[in-house]
Design a protein around this ligand. Structure first.
Ligand code: PMP
Length: 361
């Protein structure tokens, strides 16, 4: 007897497209907000030694004591808050979505925002309520407060800075949401090293606040480590949902090493912030390109026919993200990761070529 996926798989999964990651071999890769810089050679050698000493025959120690302590110290987690580690912050999003998925549960987030909030909510069986941003990509506070009042969401997700728009929402708007939300408000600070602004200090003031960070954009996207900080009573519940040994011993050791040398990664982030400024100016000088202000390591630009321009750039060897179909507010937009100066120059050249603007203009 043959059985088909239609017979077994949940309809919402059948209807899903999944998280598509395009192949990047041979291309200048500026589509995924990665840090383009490796650790310097002497640190890579020291890391190799550190990893060689790891007992990979053993399961990870479930407490991850040293890594959590380093997270507390380096990220300034306030006393009284606890820390939970995830296999990337993607897994933390999954854990919070699963733990709150009671029958009828809803989740609110601005739109457009990070797609995994939506995907994780639907996979967990809750209802996702997207609230469009204002035309200037700021929070539509009245619409957010109305959705919170109406849906009483278990979680409000706020990426700070937001992906893919690159802006930080007004702090007063976030405060208003924290005050109005009957459930958790998660401030996702994946791009914090490029914004130099944080909600970590607000944890003692708000029992419903969760702050999430990751090492991915700092230069360690290949190891999968994210962390969240919140009041211990929330962390205790989410920890029950965490798969045992969710962080591998190699990832654990590499993250410890990275946090011990955080100043190197922060210097790379500072470099990227500077280059973001010059890249934004160069982009704005191209006829037909509108650049949105960014506090992240990427720039949102409006170019017209984003699909054709993205294809034209790919033909010229540069991979960026076409977000033009993600949401009406992003019509005609591309998301461009800030790379090395050489990568940025290649990207500008490919963009001019795709737009048929003479080079150097
Ligand atoms: N949050 C936001 C806002 C993101 O943009 C991303 C990655 N694109 C993530 C979380 C996921 O990061 P991680 O690599 O830690 O899973």
């Amino acid at each position: 007897m043959s059985v088909s996926p239609q017979d077994l798989i949940r309809p919402e999964v059948l209807a899903m497209a999944g998280y598509h990651v395009p192949p990047a071999a041979g291309l200048v890769k500026l589509d995924a907000m990665e840090n383009p810089y490796l650790l310097p050679p002497e640190l890579r050698a020291a890391l190799a030694e550190r990893l060689a000493a790891v007992a990979i025959n053993r399961y990870p120690a479930p407490s991850y004591t040293r890594l959590k302590q380093l997270v507390r110290e380096t990220l300034g987690v306030p006393a009284g808050a606890d820390v939970l580690l995830g296999n990337g912050s993607d897994e933390l999003i999954t854990m919070m979505s699963v733990a709150t998925a009671r029958p009828g549960a809803t989740v609110v987030a601005p739109a457009p925002s990070f797609v995994m909030y939506d995907l994780s909510t639907r996979l967990a069986g809750s209802t996702y309520v997207p609230v469009p941003l204002a035309a200037d990509l700021s929070l539509d506070l009245q619409a957010m407060l109305a959705a919170i009042e109406r849906h009483r969401p278990a979680i409000v997700w706020l990426a700070y800075p937001n992906n893919p728009t690159g802006n930080c929402f007004e702090r007063a708007d976030v405060e208003a949401i924290l005050a109005a939300a009957p459930g958790l408000v998660v401030l996702d600070e994946a791009y914090q090293p490029f914004a130099l602004d944080s909600w970590m200090d607000a944890l003692p003031r708000h029992d419903n606040l969760v702050v999430m960070r990751t090492v991915s954009k700092l230069g360690l996207a290949g190891i999968r480590i994210g962390y969240m900080a919140a009041a211990p009573r929330w962390i205790a519940e989410f920890d029950k949902v965490r798969p045992p040994y969710n962080v591998s011993v190699l990832d654990e050791a590499a993250a410890e090493f990275a946090l011990e040398h955080l100043e190197v990664l922060l210097a790379q982030a500072a470099r990227l912030r500077e280059d973001r400024t010059s890249l934004a100016a160069a982009l704005a000088a191209i006829p037909g390109v509108v650049v949105f202000p960014s506090r992240a390591n990427f720039l949102l630009v409006r170019v017209g026919d984003s699909t054709a321009v993205a294809a034209g750039m790919r033909e010229r060897g540069v991979l960026i993200k076409d977000v033009g179909r993600m949401h009406p507010l992003l019509a005609g937009c591309l998301r461009l990761t800030v790379g090395t100066p050489a990568e940025n120059a290649a990207m500008l050249e490919a963009l001019r070529g795709a737009l048929a603007v003479p080079s150097g203009r």
